[in-house]
Design a protein around this ligand. Structure first.
Ligand code: SF4
Length: 323
């Protein structure tokens, strides 16, 4: 087992639900977006976080890079709990913890040339003089498969795949320790997806950084990750090394995700594909988060929330019937 780069412990995030009380001072109901999430990421590891849209993956990822404040829990990095830091205290750590978004284009200055956008990141972090910065920008453009010619172009002149390459360049240029990649290839064609994933994997190995790779696409997560966490309704349902998880999925939700996946290399299990919608989880919700959709749910499942526990070395499951 490698050294832990970052550790997430019992993270919780709720949002008030609109219209749950029409009395002025009555307490509002809260939707639980992230519930008791715990996992770690090793140095030089790609950790995949997978689950349907709205399950809390992005909320968790954004908390790690300081974009979301959580209600409770810890994010331990370099001996510090990121959840307890003020914006000012967090600022020096931004260099280490970067993010790549699904919609990179909307986060870029449309009037800035690509070279200037990347150079500005270096200026913000006080890295290099003008000559060194230009050299660094040209180097990173080449690393992500863009060229010197792109230096003077505007973001809107790039294709979808090139924009995501630029987003990755923007994260990599300040030499981070961890990049949270939030659905970075979801909007791209399959062939472009493969190119971007291969590039990310090569760069991750070369630069020895860690990735938290967030996606709803189980096939993509399987392809890129060393270990995988499966999330449902804010909670971790199952976690294992990629090979172990795909050879031996134990949680009914993981099996249902596999059954629904279009990827022909993912083994189908004897379980029906997911039916129905994810319910809204509030403080009133008791029992297993998956019990409203699980074909095996018992009375115990409806009463008692199963703990995420080791069923074999490195393979954790939150299900009463896992054994
Ligand atoms: Fe299904 Fe019960 Fe397991 Fe939850 S605890 S996944 S409801 S069998």
């Amino acid at each position: 087992m490698g050294k832990h780069l970052l550790e997430v412990k019992n993270l919780k995030k709720t949002y008030p639900l609109r219209g749950t009380s029409n009395k002025l001072f009555a307490p509002k109901e809260h939707m639980i977006a992230v519930n008791d999430m715990s996992f770690y990421i090793e140095e030089g590891e790609i950790y995949g976080l997978v689950g349907e849209s709205g399950c809390g993956k992005s909320t968790t990822g954004r908390a790690i890079v300081g974009l979301n404040k959580m209600d409770s829990g810890e994010i331990l990095y370099n001996g510090k709990d990121l959840c307890k830091l003020s914006d000012r205290e967090f600022r020096p750590l931004r260099k280490d913890l970067q993010m790549v978004f699904q919609d990179t284009l909307s986060a870029l200055n449309p009037r800035g040339r690509i070279g200037d956008i990347l150079e500005e990141t270096l200026i913000i972090h006080g890295m290099g003089d003008a000559a060194k910065r230009r050299e660094t920008v040209l180097e990173i453009l080449q690393k992500v498969g863009l060229s010197e010619e792109h230096y003077f172009r505007y973001p809107h002149e790039l294709s979808g795949g090139q924009v995501q390459r630029l987003g990755i360049a923007g994260a990599l240029i300040i030499q981070p320790k961890l990049i949270v990649c939030d659905e970075p290839v979801s909007a791209l064609d399959v062939s472009i997806q493969a190119q971007i994933l291969n590039m990310l994997m090569d760069l991750q190995k070369e630069l020895r950084i860690s990735l938290l790779f967030i996606s709803h696409d189980i096939g993509v997560v399987r392809y890129i990750s060393d270990r995988v966490g499966v999330m449902y309704l804010g909670s971790m349902m199952e976690e294992a090394g990629t090979e172990e998880l795909f050879e031996n999925p134990l949680h009914p939700y993981t099996k249902a995700l596999f059954a629904a996946a279009p990827d022909p290399y993912i083994q189908r299990r004897e379980v029906a594909a997911l039916n129905g919608e994810q319910p809204v989880r509030t403080e009133k919700f008791a029992g297993c988060a998956f019990c409203t959709r699980c074909p095996y749910a018992t009375e115990k499942c409806r009463q008692e929330e199963p703990k995420l526990r080791d069923v074999k070395s490195g393979h954790k499951v939150a299900c009463h019937l896992a054994e």
